[in-house]
Ligand binder design. Structure first.
Ligand code: KIV
Ligand code: NA
Length: 266
């Protein structure tokens, strides 16, 4: 079996098929999602929050994204792997974006990259796409701009903001993006963007009418601790399961039940 490509993604929109995307940050977890048939895996800079212990995506580096993207590529055989360009790796302009995207393609083996921004990132997207690197765009709430947003507010509310979001969506499509993430956008506006574009929209907190949906895997599987955004649905309770396993192991070591005879060599 060959890997999913951006052509398959384009064909899915033609056929009106919805598809799922999850994040992944290591080979083993990625192999689970690959075997489950998730067609697109994003090595998101959300690794800052849920894998590396930072409190935002801002500190994540190219070295970190490259290393974990390589692991996700090694752990999978079917999914299209998208590597996120971290904050500071493309804002200087198209040349910097191409240098760093090329590194992700060559060193990690990703099939596409993602970067944040609509009109403001169009020149970067154009150069990457014309250089042979498929680009997934990301508009609406763009977490790398948390310091400018002053938090993570819903985007595109009000006529002016809605018009800007529509211009951003059109700009990234015109620049050649093969898909566009819509994060924290009112459902009605996301539906309008989805109808307007011929490339697929990938929603996160953007309602049911997007062509695809993405979640951070640790949120989706109930691994993340603390409060979750309202758009998250937890499909498992991994944090509880893993905590219970650790407590059982600890108890059995302390009371001598583990290791038993069958775990020992003589
Ligand atoms: O980094 C990430 O996980 C993302 C998705 C939430 C779209 O950018
Ligand atoms: Na991201």
């Amino acid at each position: 079996t060959r890997r999913i490509t951006v052509r398959d993604i384009a064909a899915a929109k033609q056929r009106g098929e919805k598809w799922p995307m999850l994040t992944a940050y290591d080979a083993m977890t990625a192999s689970v999602f690959d075997e489950a048939g998730i067609p697109v895996l994003l090595v998101g800079d959300s690794m800052g929050n849920c894998h590396l212990g930072y409190d935002s995506t801002v500190p994540v580096t190219m070295d970190e994204i490259t290393m974990l993207s390589a692991a996700v590529v090694r752990g999978t055989s079917r999914a299209l792997i998208v590597g996120d360009l971290p904050f500071g790796s493309y804002q200087e302009g198209p040349t910097q974006a191409l240098r760093n995207a090329t590194r992700l393609v060559k060193e990690a083996g990703v099939g596409a990259v993602k970067l944040e921004g609509g009109e403001r990132s169009a020149h970067q997207i154009e150069l990457l796409v014309s250089s042979g690197i498929p680009v997934m765009a990301h508009i609406g709430l763009t977490p790398q701009s948390v310091n400018a947003f002053g938090g993570y507010p819903v985007q595109g509310r009000g006529e002016e903001a809605a018009q800007q979001l529509l211009r951003d969506a059109k700009a990234v499509q015109d620049a050649g993006a093969f898909a566009v993430v819509l994060e924290l956008v009112p459902a009605e506006l996301a539906a309008e963007v989805t109808t307007m574009l011929h490339v697929p929209t990938v929603g996160i907190g953007a309602g049911p009418d997007c062509d695809a949906q993405v979640l951070v895997w640790t949120d989706m599987a109930g691994m993340t601790g603390g409060r979750l955004p309202r758009f998250v649905k937890q499909y498992a309770r991994l944090r509880e399961v893993l905590g219970d396993a650790a407590r059982s192991f600890a108890d059995e070591v302390v009371d001598g039940a583990y290791p038993a005879a069958e775990h020992s060599f003589h």
